[in-house]
Design a protein around this ligand. Structure first.
Ligand code: URP
Ligand code: ZN
Ligand code: ZN
Length: 471
């Protein structure tokens, strides 16, 4: 089957240019000058997609999702089936989810469990990082084996959540040393969890139980401190690629900027919630509404320029990637577990469907360029996690993961119309200029004309190589 996407503006590493895209089977066969160019030969295709007036971009690559994550006494509400379909609706054609080694569990068994959850369920392609819940001798050996044999080349460590996923500095150092040898990437959740636990206990003892206290007990300084500590530990360990996940605070960004200016292999992502939502307006919403916005790190105050700094970081590449940290929990029965005790509210926000739209609003507002939108949402995450050029670019030989994006249509986000398995939306009422029009996953149309034509099981596991940003 040959598909010709014609009349659109292709956005990619070379900028935004009028280009037709020929897809043959599952891959991109050719990029063609528009038909008006006299020298262009006729092209035969079985299917024509008219992209006139629209952008043609690589399918989004969301490198931070948590489908079905058991967490906070419950489990994230999207399965691989529902979450991957919602991702496709929003123009994301690859997710990299976090397989989990729980403390005391064998790493390889944790990974096998994640394969079992995802196998045959996904509408789009997927890969895995590994959460290291217990760094010991066996786990360190397993890291090498996962890199060499399983296509899992990145490992998340937690300086937060003592008693759950937390690693101490010695464990972190040892995992970093291992990664420095193998070339694997260390992904860091940088918040000082031990100090946070003291503040949480003190707040609860005072009777401060509302959702806003989740944010007030996780101050930006404790993200900055942990970011600095992790950066120093990585330097001591021999400079493995160090990637800070869900960076939310100016203090942490300053550390990353400094390390990058010094030429270090230090990278970071942020997420839409830190660009658009705030501690006061959302986490501090009346009653228990703020529970919808409980995630870690927490939403930051709008009385300091965190969000402006993050947008600047995206412009300057100190923030290389926008991912979602998609970790949805329904309000009923899940977020409600924490009524009367904010520390029992399951941590996470669901956004996998809206990332491309939300970051496009930064283009509309003049905060980032069209090209940077595509880089941060597709090309750079693919490069960062060893998926490029198969993913993240529309180029001959690449998988035909392609989104036709219509900048002329306006939509409004609502739980009533989204496709995530979630009974509310942190983005309720957000007006979006632009809309995903058509989505191809490996050459198959999975979304078109407001209809979903994907299927569970179309998506395949994609083994990944090492980061392509090593210095
Ligand atoms: O609140 C969050 N971020 N939940 C998901 C787990 C994590 O730390 O990424
Ligand atoms: Zn985290
Ligand atoms: Zn996460």
């Amino acid at each position: 089957m040959r598909t010709l996407i014609t009349g659109g503006t292709l956005v990619g590493p070379l900028g935004a240019t009028p280009t037709d895209v020929l897809v043959d089977g599952e891959t991109v066969a050719a990029l063609l000058a528009p038909p008006s160019a006299a020298s262009r030969p006729a092209v035969e295709a079985d299917r024509i997609i008219d992209a006139t007036g629209k952008y043609v971009i690589p399918g989004g690559v969301d490198v931070h999702t948590h489908m079905e994550l058991p967490f906070g006494g419950t489990a994230a509400s999207d399965t691989f089936a529902t979450g991957s379909a919602a991702a496709a609706w929003g123009g994301t054609t690859t997710i990299v989810d976090f397989a989990v080694q729980r403390t005391g569990e064998v790493v390889e068994e944790g990974l096998a469990g994640w394969h079992a959850k995802a196998e045959g369920q996904c509408a789009i392609d997927y890969g895995f990082h590994m959460i290291m819940g217990g760094v010991d001798e066996a786990a360190l050996k397993a890291m090498d084996s996962l890199v060499a044999h399983e296509g899992v080349t990145s490992f998340k460590l937690f300086m937060a959540y003592p008693g759950v996923f937390f690693s101490d500095d010695g464990q972190i150092l040892r995992a970093m040393q291992r990664a420095a040898d193998s070339g694997a990437t260390i992904m860091m959740h940088a918040e000082n969890g031990l100090a946070i636990d003291v503040l949480v206990a003190q707040a609860l003892a005072r009777g401060d139980t509302d959702p806003i206290h989740h944010g007030l007990t996780r101050p930006p300084a404790l993200e900055g401190e942990a970011t600095h500590r992790a950066s120093v530990l990585a330097q001591v360990a021999g400079n493995p690629p160090l990637y800070f996940v869900h960076l939310s605070a100016s203090e942490a960004l300053g550390v990353v900027s400094g390390a990058r200016a010094a030429g270090r292999n230090v990278f970071a992502e942020t997420c839409p919630q830190y660009l658009y939502l705030s501690l006061e307006e959302h986490l501090g919403a009346p009653g228990f509404e703020g529970a919808k916005y409980v995630a870690s790190p927490p939403l930051r105050t709008n009385t300091a320029p965190h969000a402006d700094d993050l947008w600047r970081g995206l412009r300057t590449d100190d923030l290389a990637v926008v991912s979602t940290d998609h970790c949805p929990f329904c309000f009923a029965e899940q977020k409600e577990l924490g009524r009367g005790d904010f520390s029992k509210i399951p941590n996470g926000i669901g956004t996998v469907e809206h990332r491309i739209d939300l970051i496009y609003q930064g283009v509309v507002a003049g905060k980032i360029s069209l090209q940077r939108w595509v880089e941060t949402c597709a090309t750079t995450p693919a490069r960062m996690f060893g998926l490029y050029p198969r993913k993240g670019v529309v180029a001959p030989g690449s998988d035909a993961d392609i989104v036709v994006y219509d900048p002329a249509v306006t939509t409004t986000i609502s739980a009533a119309t989204h496709h995530m398995n979630l009974d509310h939306s942190a983005w309720e009422g957000f007006e979006i200029a632009g809309k995903v029009d058509t989505v191809l996953s490996r050459g198959s149309v999975v979304v078109s004309g407001g209809q979903f034509s994907g299927r569970a099981g179309h998506g395949r596991y994609v083994p990944r190589g090492l980061s392509q940003y090593l210095r």
